[in-house]
Design a protein around this ligand. Structure first.
Ligand code: HEC
Ligand code: HEC
Length: 377
């Protein structure tokens, strides 16, 4: 039995960063299911990223068992580790990372880092937000690919975490090594040399953790900050083109021109005397003016996410009913039909009921009011 041994292996800061990683990773998974929580998701992602980076640096400047040089990566040791684990229930465990946990920590750190980076890239490229928003224009066509990579990595992490937790529970209840408590108290039931944390490690480590938390709070709470700022501004169509605003926002909310490709707008305007059974009665010169504004600001000219996908789907088909597109239907498929018919929303085309700032060209995840609260204009 190994029960009498006790070694101090995980420093206070190492444990803090481990549990911060656990909490932030878990919160990232939860928030990923809610579009309107995107800013929170990103802010928490900063904590995940910060703690993973800390793991790498701590593995160089931190105390003994946290150091990469103390890890065991030899494959024959890994094999031996599992043989020993199966053969000998009450084997002596080692103070630092065993071959399995060495591999786990290494892989989870790097997959996690790539997952965070893909997330920040996606946020910049697809949404036009944050530090990578400058890539939106050139790489919007790659957003679906990056999205898949991000999702793949996050599920891979989930599977790895599941394996890790199972491993710890097997240690805890089968091998009786009280492994869970090691990450709480810092002591492992193993024979070895206690770690010492130097003043320098404590200072650098705690300042770093505080800095990461401050950056995350800043990203979440401070408006217009560089971590979450959108490259797309509110647009006052009323000021930019009064004719378009005046003629097109009478019966329904104003549809921002970037939602449809130029060919669709022209088709809609061509059919202005039979516009969903209404006659818009616009004279020629007005049609011309509105046409040129719509064409100039159509989806063909925009790198907004919605513009990109709508243009891609509609292509040259000239259709102009946004709510009939597969893209629109797919995004809104989870909203019950009744919601679109209730007194607040009234009809599908009343986008502004759920999308705050819709008529100023803002259709972002974090601007969604759902269930809808804003009354119809
Ligand atoms: C006389 C009323 C009226 C005016 C003015 C009007 N529309 Fe419409 N529009 C409708 C109706 C009715 C619908 C059908 C959907 C609905 O009930 O909102 C519609 C639907 C649309 C849709 C499709 C919405 C969807 O469901 O995807 C677009 C796009 C649109 N209008 C653009 C315009 C533009 C651009 C103008 C200005 C040139 C304009 N409308 C002016 C009555 C109007
Ligand atoms: C009843 C409320 C409601 C109405 C009305 C509504 N939406 Fe939405 N919309 C949502 C919700 C909720 C989401 C987020 C769905 C999700 O991804 O889970 C969303 C997402 C979107 C997105 C994706 C946003 C992004 O950044 O990923 C676009 C684009 C969009 N809506 C456009 C429209 C347009 C255009 C209209 C009007 C023709 C409209 N919506 C009407 C509730 C609504």
């Amino acid at each position: 039995m190994n029960n009498s041994y006790k070694t101090y292996v995980w420093s206070f800061l190492g444990r803090i960063s481990h549990w911060l990683l656990v909490i932030s990773l878990f919160s990232c998974f939860i928030t990923s299911f809610y579009e309107e929580m995107l800013t929170l998701h990103i802010s928490i992602g900063i904590v995940v990223f910060g703690m993973l980076l800390m793991k790498i640096v701590w593995g160089v400047i931190g105390p003994k068992y946290a150091r990469w040089s103390d890890f065991e990566f030899a494959l024959k040791d890994l094999k031996y580790y599992f043989i020993e684990k199966i053969k000998n229930r009450y084997r002596t465990i080692q103070p630092g990372h065993n071959p399995a946990s060495s591999w786990f920590a290494f892989l989870v750190t790097w997959f996690g880092i790539f997952c965070c980076i893909s997330g920040f890239l996606l946020y910049g490229i697809q949404e036009g937000n944050g530090i990578f928003s400058f890539l939106n224009e050139d790489y919007i066509s790659k957003s679906a690919l990056i999205d898949s990579i991000h999702i793949f990595l996050s599920y891979l992490l989930l599977v790895m975490i599941f394996a890790h937790v199972s491993g710890v529970l097997i240690e805890q209840f089968y091998h009786k090594t009280n492994m869970v408590m090691a990450m709480v108290s810092g002591y492992k039931k193993a024979k070895g040399e206690d770690i010492t944390t130097t003043y320098r490690m404590k200072l650098l480590g705690s300042l770093y953790i505080i800095l990461v938390l401050l950056v995350a709070l800043y990203a979440y709470f401070v408006p217009e900050n560089s971590f979450t700022k959108s490259k797309f501004k509110e647009i006052s169509y009323k000021e930019l083109n009064y004719d378009f605003y005046f003629e097109c926002s009478d019966c329904h909310n104003l549809f921002p021109p970037f939602l449809l490709p130029a060919t669709s707008w022209l088709e809609l305007m061509n059919n202005q005397n039979n516009h969903f059974e209404e006659d818009l009665e616009l004279d020629k010169s007005l049609v011309k003016k509105i046409n040129s504004y719509l064409v100039e600001n159509s989806a063909d000219k925009s790198t907004k996410e919605s513009a990109y996908y709508l243009r891609k789907e509609i292509n040259d088909s000239k259709s102009y009913t946004i709510t009939k597109t597969k893209y629109w239907k797919e995004i809104h498929k989870e909203i019950p039909k009744e919601v679109f018919e209730n007194d607040i929303v009234e009809k599908k085309s009343n986008c502004v009921a759920c999308h705050k700032g819709f008529e100023q060209g803002i259709i972002f995840d974090n601007n969604i009011t759902y269930p809808p609260k804003v009354t119809k204009k």
